[in-house]
Design a protein around this ligand. Structure first.
Ligand code: PDD
Length: 278
């Protein structure tokens, strides 16, 4: 398992980061999760653009050749299907001080783990997920992919404690997204999803789903979804880079639609699979 740390590739056991790194002390850092299929970055440019958005938003200096860093990491790990994690912290302050010097050298860490190619699974074998709905306790800059994930972790664990797979987050009466996924509701053949804002992460997979809908004459609308709309839809899906698009078949213990994976989900799954194989 080869990882990347501050300009060098090394065995994971050899990687060392200072306890005064601001990523560790304060969660003063941003990240990306990028899938590589058959050794190639999937929607790589979009992920890099989002990373640059996150860096700019928190004022961590940018200007690395991210593609080269990640491509080489993947190659050193044998290519194939990998989920690449990239984290950039503001760096090591040398002590625990909230304020930082603008000149700090960012800490850059990347590693990868094998991932199942979501397109390799026959539609029939995809399992419907159970979700719970809970309060969105996060800050108001969820468009930044920050490593401050405590709220996400706590509510995902709450879901797991209730034998559910994902927690869907409700803020001011509307669903924002899942703890690590975007959300879609289908009603009478139309896809509904919350519009992009600082309350949600602009998911790369979300964008692709809407693009594929566009290209294939499937109607969609970016709009507010309240609890009622969420729980009375015909279908509910979640999307993320590592999971593609997955059907949610129960919410808070109640069946979504007829409790089965929906036909429009199966169509989108197929479109995504075909796109990924191109
Ligand atoms: N999470 N919303 C949140 C809060 C997320 O953390 C993620 C992804 C998404 C989906 O975005 P994308 O389609 O770009 O993966 C939406 C990653 C996978 C993670 O934290 O592991």
């Amino acid at each position: 398992n080869t990882v990347y740390l501050n300009g060098r590739y090394m065995a994971a056991e050899e990687a060392r980061i200072s306890p005064f790194d601001r990523g560790f002390l304060f969660g003063d850092s941003v990240y990306e999760v990028i899938p590589y299929f058959q050794g190639r970055g999937f929607r790589l440019q979009e992920h890099i653009a989002r990373l640059e958005h996150s860096l700019r938003a928190v004022r961590i200096p940018n200007g690395r050749d991210w593609v080269a860093i990640l491509d080489q990491l993947v190659e050193l790990n044998g290519g194939g299907n990998l989920s690449v994690y990239l984290q950039v912290t503001r760096g090591d302050s040398g002590s625990r001080s909230h304020a930082y010097d603008a000149g700090l050298e960012p800490t850059i860490f990347a590693c990868c783990t094998p991932v199942r190619d979501f397109a390799s699974l026959p539609v029939a074998e995809v399992k419907g997920l159970a979700a719970i709905v809970t309060a969105d306790l996060r800050w108001h800059r969820c468009d930044i992919k920050s490593t401050c994930l405590l709220p996400n972790i706590l509510v995902l664990q709450q879901a797991r404690d209730q034998q559910a797979d994902e927690a869907l987050l409700l803020r001011d009466g509307v669903v924002t997204e899942g703890t690590s996924s975007n959300i879609f509701v289908v009603r009478q053949g139309v896809i509904y999803t919350p519009k992009r804002s600082s309350e949600i992460l602009g998911g790369i997979t979300r964008e692709l789903v809407l693009e594929l809908a566009d290209e294939n004459g499937i109607q969609y609308q970016e709009t507010d979804i309240d609890y009622e709309a969420l729980t009375t839809g015909d279908e509910v899906w979640i999307s993320s880079s590592t999971r593609g698009v997955l059907p949610v078949t129960s919410i808070d213990g109640q069946a979504v639609g007829n409790g089965e994976k929906g036909p429009l989900w199966a169509r989108m799954f197929e479109l995504l699979t075909r796109y990924q194989r191109k």
